[in-house]
Design a binder for this molecule. Structure first.
Ligand code: XMP
Length: 593
């Protein structure tokens, strides 16, 4: 298949470049610079960004002879610098660092900027810059602080951009990438739907008459993998195992099973492991401890089940691994390093060694898996379900084994209120902690609940600005939740017990039913807190907009609608206030634990 090769120099946006190219209907694949070889299928090459300096001794290089190569190359950021340097240009470090939005003036008669306005808003993030170009190239864009914001070779084969066309902040970035693709190929035929028959044939070839077994989580990836297997080798040759941990959402397991039963697919074994999970998690409150127990138990159950299968000596195991799981980007590690998949249990490891694993969708991104799922005839509702974490509702119940916190958590409460007052808000730091992310680090700090003062009309712009300012200035706070009234929440003991999970399941089901039609919501965790007001428990809804979970913005629900939802969940016995998480990612992760 014709493809554009993305060379990963360790930039954080490498996957984004690859996805953009695929969205422009050309297949793309990521390669490590030291493992890359030009093949006949490659019609274009893009050098990604990266954290290093081209002038450093240990900087990544790539073995391409630019004097001989016929394939067009586009360099982005670090890639722009290394390409310029390979062509004979000079790279300087220092003074002219630029981060964020920048305006460039570009040459409209150049390939990448043809047809665009001469001033373009772009996203820069660099320390070094190209100070001198070789005679074979010309400058095609400059910014106030750097001369060579972009260049092209006189034969229009090589292109460099100091900025990032792949991020949405570069207004016309997609058009620029589109122009580069036009130089590489006239044929645009990539779409995951067309891939369907190839994948089905591949499974058939790999299976060679053996039976297939698949661990079905119920997520879209494993559903699509299962559907491909059924189409490839027929119902009777596919087994699947679904472990119901008891932490699934309401009707989740049964919805999936009903769908497959309707299709006539009967070989699904559901293992009801709820009691076992609850037993192992009794009294455990630490998020990391919960995760470890849940992961290990899954491994044990899956191992046992695989061992029990009669054909275990000959079967092939199918996994729903997708492309980002196999290529770890954004690090200076080897790009092709395979991440350990959470269901790589010891039995599975043995199968991998024996070449008995099939990963049919390992070349696809999530949005492509969804398109393929639709092409396969899976119901829209199943294919577009929100992502759901492996440990399920267990990590959406914030547990506590104390009910009398010391007052330390309130140390910044005055400072919090000083900032909030500027916005007509008041609030209180909460005696629990949640996970956040700042830069490359995870944080584990307190959420704060905020409300508009008497007589002030709720307003999203004000709320968002206040939330971001508070988190930046108050060190012990990493998350802000909104309440539609002043509230004083008390900490109580709360453990992962069946009534607690059932209550969360109910609240989640109501909120999901009421918001399912909102397509802008990419995911919406509902979180159970060990916090009570008048003996009624508080819950949080966290509707976010995202494309890949790397970053997320807050879905801005109408305040009257939020009020309606708050009242709706209070019909459940023991359920009190609904809080609305208004924290972007970063600084708040999507999940709380
Ligand atoms: P965060 O919370 O880091 O989550 O913003 C990003 C995405 O990953 C999902 N997530 C998980 N998925 N096992 C999973 O399979 C996990 O332990 C896990 N933790 C978070 C999360 O739901 C979001 O889509």
């Amino acid at each position: 298949m014709k493809k554009i090769a993305i060379i990963d120099f360790g930039g954080q946006y490498t996957h984004l470049i690859a996805r953009r190219i695929r969205n422009l209907a050309v297949y793309s694949e990521i390669f490590h610079p030291e493992e890359f070889e030009v093949t006949n299928e490659i019609v274009g090459i893009i050098f990604s960004g990266g954290p290093q300096s081209v002038n450093a001794d240990d900087a990544y290089r790539i073995n391409i002879n630019v004097e001989k190569i016929e394939i067009p190359i586009l360099g982005i950021c670090y890639g722009h610098q290394i390409l310029a340097s390979m062509l004979g240009g000079i790279i300087e470090s220092g003074e002219n660092k630029e981060y964020g939005f920048t305006t460039i003036s570009c040459e409209p008669d150049s390939v990448l900027f043809a047809g665009l306005e001469s001033k373009q808003s772009v996203w820069m993030s660099h320390g070094d810059h190209v100070s001198t170009l070789p005679e074979t190239c010309r400058i095609t864009a400059s910014s106030a602080s750097i001369k060579v914001a972009s260049f092209e070779s006189l034969d229009q084969k090589f292109f460099g951009v100091q900025f990032h066309p792949e991020v949405t902040h570069t207004t016309n970035g997609l058009k620029m990438l589109d122009k580069f693709i036009s130089v590489c190929t006239e044929k645009r035929d990539w779409n995951p739907q067309n891939f369907k028959d190839t994948l089905i044939q591949q499974i058939r070839d790999e299976a060679r008459g053996r039976k297939l077994v698949l661990l079905l989580s119920g997520g879209v990836d494993s559903l699509v993998a299962l559907e491909l297997c059924i189409k490839a080798v027929g119902n009777e040759n596919v087994f699947s195992i679904h472990v119901d941990t008891g932490f699934m959402r309401k009707n989740e397991s049964s919805t999936i099973m009903d769908h497959y039963k309707k299709l006539g697919f009967k070989n699904i074994k559901i293992i009801n492991a709820e009691e076992l999970y609850l037993h192992e998690l009794k009294g455990v409150v630490e998020p990391e401890a919960k995760r470890l127990i849940i992961g290990k138990l899954f491994v044990d159950i899956a191992n046992e089940e695989l061992n029990r299968l009669e054909e275990k000596e000959v079967l092939m195991l199918v996994q729903g691994t997708i492309y980002p799981d196999t290529i770890e980007s954004g690090s200076t590690d080897k790009a092709a390093k395979i991440k350990t998949h959470h269901n790589r249990v010891s039995e599975i490891e043995k199968l991998i060694e024996a070449g008995r694993i099939i990963e049919p969708i390992k070349e696809l991104y999530k949005d492509e898996v969804r398109k393929l799922g639709e092409e396969l005839g899976l119901p829209h509702k199943l294919v577009h379900r929100h992502p759901f974490p492996g440990p399920g509702l267990a990590i959406r119940v914030i547990c506590s084994d104390i009910d009398f916190p010391t007052d330390d958590y309130l140390i910044d409460n005055d400072k919090l209120n000083e900032i909030l007052a500027e916005f007509g808000l008041a609030g209180k730091i909460l005696p629990i902690k949640s996970v956040g992310v700042q830069g490359d680090f995870r944080t584990y700090h307190h959420p704060a609940v905020v409300w508009f003062k008497d007589g002030i009309k709720p307003n999203w712009k004000v709320l968002k600005t206040a939330a971001s300012k508070t988190i930046n200035k108050v060190q012990s706070v990493n998350r802000i939740v909104f309440c539609n009234q002043p509230i004083d929440l008390k900490l109580e003991k709360l453990y992962l017990e069946k009534p607690v999970i059932d209550k969360l399941r109910e609240v989640d089901a109501i909120l999901r039913a009421e918001t399912d039609h909102i397509s802008e919501i990419w995911q919406m965790p509902v979180v159970s807190l060990p916090l009570f007001h008048n003996e009624k428990q508080a819950f949080v809804m966290r509707p976010v907009c995202s494309t890949d979970a790397m970053t997320a913005s807050v879905f801005e629900m109408d305040f009257a609608e939020f009020e309606r939802l708050s009242k709706l969940i209070q019909k459940i016995d023991g359920v009190g206030n609904l809080l609305y998480d208004v924290t972007t990612k970063p600084p708040g992760t999507i999940e709380w634990e």
